[in-house]
Write a protein that binds this ligand. Structure first.
Ligand SMILES: C[S@@+](CC[C@H](N)C(=O)[O-])C[C@H]1O[C@@H](n2cnc3c(N)ncnc32)[C@H](O)[C@@H]1O
Length: 263
């Protein structure tokens, strides 16, 4: 397996079609999520942050603007290239590092973040590897903030509501994107199937199809995994910053703190 493959597959915009990543991933809720993240980091008196799944830099640019010392890392060279181009265009001196969350060593930070269901791309075994490596990049009592879909709240109706069909024009190119999801309740995988039809002037339409899975969790299961890997939960929210409700909140946003040393 090459370094940026996973057993669960990945969305097509992470490698083959990175120019469509922002159009697909950045939406009207992004600003509010980043604002909530900034509030949670401030509450924990964090100054230096490592975003270990930074993508094109949504959280990195937002937090840098707020005065945080922040470095972004990710294992998608194509998304990092976009992040670096944005930094250059905005005249921001920000470091973006090519690295896998399971192994990259960047430094010693007050906090690590992985936002927008990023750890869903890891198998449970790989999530535990990632937690060990997150510890290696954190100071004593460092903070780890992440979000993930809440298995308990994902009903069949919610799965159906994830279906989408969007026609858009991105950088002058017409794009028709169709996506639908299903759930494997035995393994707790949220499986998505996507198709992109790209219509460029004076060229035959291109069609790309792809499937990938996200590992989803209950809050109780996450608590056990965090505890056995040297973290304790400080607080649990939904993505609007409300107190987490196991049966209702679609996502789990966790603030965890590094605790004991693992041998
Ligand atoms: C949904 S995107 C979120 C990106 C960014 N945080 C945002 O909100 O726009 C998930 C990111 O996780 C990254 N990722 C997935 N598995 C990874 C791994 N094993 N190591 C590093 N990055 C990984 C992907 O390349 C992608 O950039």
């Amino acid at each position: 397996m090459s370094k940026n493959e996973t057993e669960l597959g990945l969305p097509i915009e992470y490698q083959q079609l990175p120019e469509f990543f922002d159009a697909h991933n950045v939406n009207e809720k992004t600003e509010a999520t980043n604002e909530l993240l900034a509030t949670l980091l401030k509450e924990q008196q964090v100054k230096m942050v490592l975003d270990m799944t930074c993508g094109t830099g949504s959280q990195v640019f937002f937090l840098h603007e707020r005065g945080y010392e922040i470095i972004g890392s990710d294992f998608s060279p194509a998304l990092l290239e976009i992040a670096r181009a944005k930094a250059k265009q905005l005249n921001r001196d920000i470091i973006f590092i090519d690295g896998d969350i399971r192994s990259v060593k960047v430094g010693v930070f007050d906090a690590v973040i992985t936002i927008f269901n990023a750890i869903g791309h890891l198998t449970k075994t790989d999530f535990e590897k990632a937690l060990k490596n997150i510890r290696a990049n954190l100071k004593d009592n460092g903070i780890y903030i992440f979000d993930i879909f809440n298995q308990q709240a994902i009903t069949d109706e919610i799965i159906d509501s994830f279906s989408m069909q969007v026609e858009s024009t991105i950088n002058g190119v017409k794009v028709h994107n169709v996506q639908y999801s299903e759930i494997d309740r035995k393994n707790n995988f949220l499986i998505s199937h996507e198709q992109y039809e790209i219509i460029k002037e004076k060229a035959e339409p291109e069609t790309h199809t792809n499937s990938f899975s996200l590992q989803i969790y209950t809050a109780e299961e996450l608590q056990k995994i965090l505890n056995s890997n040297g973290f304790e939960i400080v607080s649990l929210y939904d993505m609007d910053g409300n107190i987490f409700q196991a049966e209702k909140s679609l996502n789990i946003l966790i603030v965890a703190k590094q605790t004991k040393v693992i041998t």
